[in-house]
Design a protein around this ligand. Structure first.
Ligand SMILES: Nc1ncnc2c1ncn2[C@@H]1O[C@H](COP(=O)(O)OP(=O)(O)O)[C@@H](O)[C@H]1O
Ligand SMILES: [Mg+2]
Length: 360
């Protein structure tokens, strides 16, 4: 069923395993992101799929064919890079035609395909320009077009929006997702930016230290992080730490007098050091006076600053345990700097994990 299979793919550079036993199955219509911090092995994995790098171990299958030993041009894949890599001394038209000339396609076919790319990428009228006469977004569209003109079975994108400013990046996210949907081919998109991965992907593979820490739907990755690393890396969270107290079907911890209580977690033993994560937008606010004393999953705090972020107000609050950040829709009642408020959250919005030896 899957269109692309990675079967135990590993890559060793000297003593470093840049990719460590990656297994993935990707569907024909899927938009998948590889999300991880810098140096986690994302580019290496993408280059292995492209055939630009040979895996030390494992196999790559595309459309039922083992392509592990095939060179890049025989795999039906195309790759778009962060640096665009346009030819500066060639026009938009020539940049788009270049991969087709390499494939030695007939002239009419080249013209038709360049015309098609110019049309879908909104580059009409710019065909005779040189890259330095284009905006960043236009340059990235040409780079995207150069990936698509060869009609690849799979498009691989390595941080293609990293050099664009935020507004343009968000516009391009819509465009990229649209092209993937229209073309009906898998896109594998590498990024260290969780917002990009969340906005476009069907599924996200979180990569850490060469390993795929989880590969799941974007909502599962965001709402139910499987590891503390994912809870920390995806979304914005507040972290509380303490010792696990298990009683009456609850697992709780106490941090600076605040009791954080959630449903029992059989995998966490009594007395273990644990960390609890609550996403910024899952914390609610009300005036401190309205909060019953001694309730679990609440704390009292003072608003230090209020940052406006479009439809959201971001509150930076001080409490006895330090600082927490709460993001609330601006349609809700606002609180002013200096106000004393109660923060509270639902049990179901707590992600609990055992802490590792290094205290993380
Ligand atoms: N050609 C190479 N030679 C040696 N080490 C490499 C090479 N390419 C990548 N690495 C190492 O492999 C690891 C993963 O790199 P990379 O795949 O580029 O990560 P990412 O794209 O997630 O930032 C890093 O430790 C990096 O230094
Ligand atoms: Mg990279």
């Amino acid at each position: 069923m899957a269109y692309i299979h990675l079967d135990g793919v590993s890559k060793q550079y000297g003593s470093v395993w840049a990719v460590d036993r990656a297994d993935m199955a990707i569907g024909k219509q899927e938009f998948v992101s590889l999300l991880g911090p810098s140096g986690s092995g994302k580019t290496t994995l993408l280059r292995i799929i492209a055939g630009l790098e040979r895996p030390t171990q494992g196999r790559v299958l595309i459309d039922g064919e083992d392509v592990t030993e095939l060179p890049p041009h025989r795999r039906g894949v195309a790759m778009v890079f962060q640096e665009f890599l346009l030819f500066p001394h060639r026009t938009v038209y020539e940049n788009l035609a270049f991969p087709l000339r390499m494939l030695k396609l007939p002239k009419g076919e080249i013209e038709a395909r360049v015309e098609w790319a110019v049309g879908i990428l909104a580059l009409r009228g710019l065909e005779k320009r040189y890259p330095n006469q284009l905006s960043g977004g236009q340059q990235q569209r040409v780079a995207l077009g150069r990936g698509l003109v060869g009609r690849p079975k799979v498009l691989l994108l390595d941080e293609p929006l990293a050099n664009l400013d935020r507004e343009l990046r968000q516009e391009m996210e819509v465009e990229i997702r649209k092209h993937q949907t229209d073309l009906g081919i898998p896109f594998i998109y590498v990024t260290h930016n969780q917002e990009e991965a969340l906005s476009m992907s069907d599924r996200i593979a979180v990569v850490r230290g060469g390993r795929i820490e989880d590969f799941a739907s974007r909502t599962a990755i965001y709402d139910h992080p499987r590891t503390a690393f994912i809870a920390q890396f995806v979304g914005r969270s507040n972290r509380f730490t303490g010792t696990a107290l298990i009683s009456q079907g609850k697992t709780a911890l106490c941090d600076h007098g605040v009791r954080i209580e959630s449903a029992a977690r059989p995998d966490i033993a009594d007395g273990k050091r644990i960390a609890a994560y609550v996403k910024n937008e899952k914390i609610q606010l009300k005036p401190a006076a309205e909060m019953p004393a001694d309730a679990a999953n609440t704390l009292t705090a003072t608003i230090r600053y209020v940052l406006l972020r479009g439809a959201y107000a971001e509150y930076v609050l001080g409490w006895t345990g330090g600082e927490i950040i709460v993001s609330r829709p601006r349609s809700e009642a606002a609180f002013a700097q200096g106000a004393e408020v109660a923060c509270f959250w639902n049990e179901a919005d707590i992600d609990l994990f055992p802490m590792t030896e290094d205290g993380r």
